[in-house]
Ligand binder design. Structure first.
Ligand code: BZD
Length: 812
């Protein structure tokens, strides 16, 4: 059965038969979970053939494949996106409705697959969708964490973390592939055996062996018959070695290896278990790539014509050394040849300029856990220094070498060991070249390039926003569903009142859906006609949720103390998790929640303002919030947000962006024009000027602006209840510690920008046109285009014409 051919009658029969087979139950008596399991099984078995074909065709046609190594993948739920991509969505929705079942109720049974923290992990999953949809030969390689990112609850306004047992009821989509298991070695020591002919053979003595077992999940391409593979590794006790691991501690240590995802998204904790996780999925992945390659009857020295390995941030940077190890120790290749291949095969993406996120491991830890890998890194470092000596100055070599001050610098390993280093938005890539990685740019100017992030527009528009999708279909036809840039056709209707009206109705329907959700989740009834102002992203000081809060408090005091009456009603919606150990971020959550409560309990303001901080922000929650947003808050301190991707999702859904000139916001402004976005605040070069001249005095802004003073004082003067410690902490961060992220400096500009937003909203004609222009110009941020650029410029892989069917279909 081809995945795009399925009619309602055939589906119903198959579905009901399978329901009986699996559960011996009628549809009337079946639980939603039984229905979900049956539907999922049917979906999976229906793409199974395509999955096998995709896999064998790549081999058969000797296609070069990319392996995307990422310590995080954040796909969210998969059922609906599989249905959409198979071309089954409408049929299945209608067939189930005939049986008295709402597809959305069924879909809600699926737990979010949350094996990631935020932007980086979600990007990896958007790429998986786009790589398959472009028919590109590409696979993901990561870790099958037993517990996903923690579940967030608020208790008395405080964040509390609970375990996320996403596997508790099994996982429909994965296939355990026992036969593809590999062994990964840790600890012990390396003995160098000298053979009679003088060659030296390293032998790993007394290792701890962990069995890596892969679980594969099909990544279904959009209506093109391509089904790629996401391979996630689980750690198990090796069967043959069972007797060696009898102690409970030893067994537990192995099982713990893939137990939890580290919940820190931009802070390097340097824990031993994390390093073990990194080597574990790197070694398992690289071993399985080489093992597979050896079945091809190709020469090892031509490996780079068949394999590209992508290092997503530095967590998989040991790919470089592991690849070298296998070529040297197992394949007996010479160093020069192995190195040459490694650099050609590897490529690396940097996702942050925050120095605390740059991974460094102590020599001691790496050496004791990975004695052979450490030796190889040491040799790479030695040769690097040797090669550069006399070519560039000594200080530059010291700053760029891999091992220094007792630390192994993972970004240095990734850059030196690969042919490409890219940033994730133009500004970010420029900053890498000119500031953060400037030294490396001097050494390897040709390796640096930009690949602005992109998003899976199928998920974020077609699936998440059916109301808007219908308006688009009616207005510009359906080709945008295949070719995101065709959204641009909407520009022909930028002045069309009838289209504006339909866009407005679609947005209103989504706002009502979100309001109902909020009522159900929090018991709070919000004004559906207010401006829905949304900030959704991890809680981090540089993202400046605090600046947003200062504005909310400003409005609050204007109403309470200055008697303002003409404020446009607003609902401020937050979604954000803080790393469990990030005290300051947790204080901000608490304070936002307390301000929310204060406002809600005050009838003088509660019809004008409200704060809704939704618990447990996730991909699925984002799918409900984003279509309902009027305003997109992208207010990080310029230079700090590498790209951002919620900015793209929100604009695609017609929200107007209020933004600093940071990350991809700059490219959004270029796409929509200055009149269709509201920009404020310091530019990146002004921020750097402040750093250089060390002349920022937060206090002077506090003193000079009475409104700001009133707001900042409210953190410590008792205005806001229950925040004694948290309020003081925030107050001190701003004044005693001189406001690291220039919140006070940007306050006035931000408040003015918010006034502009309000003015624009009050002129609905203007607003709807702005919104339309945002939708019309969001196509360029489709990850389909992003991955094609990676494919052409970095990975050198291509799709066979037949696997790009979906793109060609529209011309038929
Ligand atoms: O990566 C984010 C950046 O902050 C965003 O600006 C960018 O859009 C996305 C995608 O490129 N970085 C992360 O999400 N980083 C992490 O999640 C992370 C996770 C573990 C350790 C360090 C960082």
């Amino acid at each position: 059965m081809g995945v795009t051919t399925m009619n309602k009658t055939a589906f119903k029969k198959k579905f009901l038969d399978l329901l009986t087979e699996k559960f011996a139950i009628s549809v009337e008596d079946a639980s939603l979970f039984e229905i979900y399991t049956t539907l999922g099984t049917l979906i999976r078995s229906s793409y199974a053939k395509d999955w096998r074909h995709t896999w064998s065709n790549y081999d058969h046609e000797q296609q070069k494949q990319v392996y995307y190594f990422s310590i995080e993948f954040l796909p969210g739920r998969m059922m609906k996106s599989n249905l959409l991509n198979m071309g089954w969505l409408d049929t299945v929705q209608a067939a189930l409705a005939d049986l008295g079942i709402q597809l959305d109720d069924v879909v809600a049974q699926e737990p979010d697959m949350a094996l990631g923290n935020g932007g980086l992990g979600r990007l990896a999953s958007c790429f998986m969708d786009s790589i398959a949809s472009e028919g590109l030969p590409g696979n993901g390689n990561g870790i099958r964490y037993k517990y996903g990112l923690f579940k967030q609850k608020f208790i008395d306004g405080y964040q509390v973390e609970l375990p996320n047992e996403w596997l508790a009821r099994g996982n429909l989509w994965e296939v355990r592939r026992e036969s593809k298991s590999v062994d990964v070695y840790f600890n012990g020591y390396v003995r160098l055996n000298k053979l009679d002919d003088g060659t030296i053979v390293p032998v790993h003595e007394d290792p701890t062996i962990v069995r890596a077992v892969p679980y594969d999940t099909g990544m279904v391409g959009f209506r093109n018959g391509t089904v790629n593979t996401l391979r996630l590794w689980d750690a198990e006790i090796p069967l043959s070695e069972e007797s060696l691991y009898r102690s409970i501690e030893q067994r537990r240590a192995i099982q713990d290896l893939t137990s939890v995802l580290y919940p820190d998204d931009s802070n390097e904790e340097g824990r031993r278990l994390r390093l073990m996780q990194e080597y574990f999925f790197v070694s398992a992945g690289v071993q399985s790539i080489l093992r597979h390659f050896k079945t091809k009857q190709q020469k090892m020295q031509n490996l780079d014509e068949f394999v590209a390995i992508h290092i997503n941030d530095t967590h998989p940077a040991m790919c470089v050394a592991e690849f070298m190890r296998l070529l040297l120790d197992e394949e007996k290749m010479s160093w020069e040849r192995a190195w040459n291949l490694t650099v050609k095969v590897m490529s690396y993406t940097n996702h942050t300029i925050m120095s605390e996120a740059l991974e460094k491991w102590s020599v001691e830890m790496l050496q004791s856990m990975q004695p052979r890998i450490y030796q190889i890194i040491e040799e790479i470092d030695r040769r690097f220094v040797e090669e550069m000596t006399g070519v560039v100055d000594w200080e530059l070599i010291q700053r760029t070498r891999i091992i220094s001050d007792g630390l192994v610098h993972m970004a240095h390993l990734a850059i030196i060991g690969s042919h490409s280093t890219n940033g994730v938005a133009k500004l970010h890539s420029d900053l890498l070249k000119t500031v953060v990685l400037h030294d490396f740019y001097r050494l390897y100017p040709d390796r640096f390039n930009n690949k602005t992030n992109g998003i899976a527009e199928r998920r974020w528009l077609q699936l998440a926003n059916p109301s808007l999708s219908t308006v688009l279909d009616k207005t510009i036809g359906q080709t945008w569903r295949y070719e995101a840039n065709d959204l641009h056709l909407l520009m022909n209707y930028s002045e069309d009142k009838a289209v504006h009206k339909q866009l407005q109705q679609a947005k209103q329907a989504n706002k009502e859906r979100l309001a109902a959700f909020i009522l159900q989740e929090t018991g709070v009834r919000i004004n559906e006609h207010a401006i829905f102002d949304v900030q959704i992203k991890r809680l981090h000081a540089y993202k400046r949720q605090l600046l947003n809060l200062l504005h909310i408090l400003t409005l609050y005091f204007e109403i309470k103390e200055e008697g303002f009456t003409d404020i446009q009603p607003r609902v401020f919606i937050f979604g954000a998790k803080a790393a469990p150990s990030y005290h300051y971020a947790k204080s901000i959550i608490k304070v936002i929640n307390e301000v929310g409560k204060m406002i809600q309990e005050d009838p003088e303001v509660s019809d004008k303002l409200s704060i809704v901080f939704l618990e447990d922000y996730s991909v699925s929650l984002a799918e409900v919030i984003i279509p309902a947003a009027d305003v997109s808050e992208q207010i990080s301190l310029a230079s700090k947000e590498a790209s951002g991707t919620s900015n793209m999702k929100l604009m695609l859904n017609g929200a107007i962006t209020i933004a600093t000139l940071d990350g991809a916001n700059i490219e959004i402004r270029d796409a929509v024009g200055d009149e269709n976005i509201v920009i404020f605040g310091l530019t990146e070069s002004q921020v750097y000027d402040y750093y250089e001249q060390a002349n920022y005095h937060a206090y002077s802004y506090y003193e000079a602006l009475p409104k700001l003073k009133r707001v900042v004082d409210s953190f410590v003067d008792g205005t806001i209840a229950n925040i004694y410690q948290e309020g003081k902490e925030i107050f001190d961060s701003l004044l005693t510690y001189n406001d690291e992220f220039f919140v006070l400096r940007d306050y006035e500009a931000y408040v003015n920008a918010q006034k502009e937003i309000e003015k624009a909203y009050q002129n609905q004609e203007r607003w709807l046109k702005m919104s339309l222009i945002n939708v019309a110009n969001a196509g360029r941020f489709s990850a389909d285009y992003t991955v094609m650029k990676y494919a052409e410029d970095i990975w050198q892989i291509e799709a066979k014409p037949k696997s790009r069917k979906a793109k060609d279909e529209k011309y038929v």
